[in-house]
Design a protein around this ligand. Sequence first.
Ligand code: IPE
Ligand code: IPE
Ligand code: MG
Length: 232
Amino acid sequence: MQSPLHVAIIMDGNGRWAVRRGLPRTAGHCAGTEALRRAVEAAPELGIRILTVYAFSSDNWKRPLDEVDALMSLLAHHLGRETPRCIESGVRIEAIGRRDRLPPDLRDAIDAAENRTRLGKRLLLRIAIDYSARNSILSAADANSRAAIETALAASPAVDLLIRTGGEQRLSDFLLWECAYAELIFTPTLWPDFTGDDLRRAVQEFTRRERRFGALANPAPAMPVERERWLR
Ligand code: IPE
Ligand code: IPE
Ligand code: MG
């Protein structure tokens, strides 16, 4: 089977990584940004065209204020620092999720990163910040008719492979609609330890899976139309 076109990652385990080292949880988030850079570097050569990563869930607002503040400034800093590298390597950055509750400097950093990387064609990096899949589906439903809802949801590409690090085996309100037929890989590796090789191994595991999309294995099921759109 071919490589997954759209990989989604729940980057979990930063806090535990830090606590195990006697460090503050924020040190884990900081190390997590390095793991994200490694994944972005490795993805295009593995045939991945879209990488959607869960950076901050809408439920993460429930965490202590100092951790939330640190995450917000780390994300702004990361976007600013990585944008030149992304421009150079053809990576287009896009944020998904709510923006109205983000601090202004993070909103500005997102706008600048999206704008400056908009011509990138090698990889679309979608960073989910203040993201809730249930809220995204409800927002689409505001469109009011079934056709409009389907159009709104089809704008978000189906996930081929979802990886969650950190050992938990749940979706935590990430891409519920898009993962309808995603292959799932759960690994105990904590996100700051995740390497380009780990991503390559996950892709290899994906290629060994048999996807049937509800049909029978033989003859091979047709590629979903939506996938063809992204392969153009
Ligand atoms: C994931 O790591 C990052 C965010 C949720 C922002 P965690 O902070 O959830 O790390 P653990 O799960 O507590 O180890
Ligand atoms: C999911 O991880 C959110 C991110 C990785 C950004 P959490 O650590 O917040 O999820 P739960 O609370 O374990 O389900
Ligand atoms: Mg966690």
